[in-house]
Design a protein around this ligand. Sequence first.
Ligand code: SAM
Length: 324
Amino acid sequence: MTPDLPPDLRQAVDRLMEGRGRKDLSARAQKISDTYRAGGGSAAVIREADDALAYALTRLPATYAACARAFHEAGLKCPEFSPRSLLDAGAGPGGASWAALAQWPDLDQIVLLDSNPTFLNLSRDLSAGRSVRLEAAERLTRDLARPRDWPDADLVMASYALAELPQDRLAEAVIGLWEACRGLMIIIEPGSPEGSRRMLSARDTLIQAGASILAPCPHGMACPVHAPDWCHFVQRLPRSRDHRLAKGGDAPFEDEKFIYLVVGRSDLMSSPPQARILAPAQHSKPGVRLKLCTPEGQLEMRDIPKRDKSGYRDARRRDWGDSL
Ligand SMILES: C[S@@+](CC[C@H](N)C(=O)[O-])C[C@H]1O[C@@H](n2cnc3c(N)ncnc32)[C@H](O)[C@@H]1O
């Protein structure tokens, strides 16, 4: 699994930026991030092609990295899953679809759905001449808050999109997406306390609808993580020079906090449940301590001593977000 944008996508962003003023893009990016921080959605700030490009410059690398990680975990859980069709709901510039293609290269019927045509246009520009299947994808201007106005697919996903729906439309949208799903459905959201709460609400809705919970939770029981703690993961990704300039920081990398959920139809083959590591591993002289969510639906701090040679060898190779 690599969290970096695929070279074709990176070059497509760079190409679109040629001749565009960096200051103008940075100002647009700042406005977008201020709006997100204030709890607003993208519709208010992504109106022109350059707004969408500013989003792609600053957010696409991180949302791509989070998707790549979530899809990697889904692939580990369901190694035999080989989808042909994809519905990318709230697709924006299409980064999640690029990440899905990297994980499941047999995807050949792709639908990008978004309420904002400016984003869909950017997704087309980014794929033109660089990804035959994404260039050929169907693009639907649709409102996720209006239930079930979209086609079925083997793989249905919504990346950083539920956050933009009105709270009272969330359950209906989630059910609508689940009804369209023939195999796996994957939701990715910001790894904030609100993102985690939203995910738990989607998880409850999906459990009631009969979905099997596959990852990150190793069970479909009540979530054992309670406030002020919240379940989330972190994916590190490199920052390009333009990305650093647009974000106004010097660090050559960024840590994207995210939360995800993989659910599936019960007839889908998946590996047996394994405990999930919910925090950075704590290494010490006697061994390693892991915070786990277990298949029994419990939180557990597990110490794995060095004298347990094979257990320790295995645990040492794992960290936050992995299963044990
Ligand atoms: C934060 S962006 C995420 C884009 C992309 N999925 C990603 O991971 O980078 C949220 C996307 O959801 C779309 N969106 C917001 N509300 C929507 C709605 N009601 N129906 C369809 N799409 C919506 C926005 O237009 C935007 O493209």
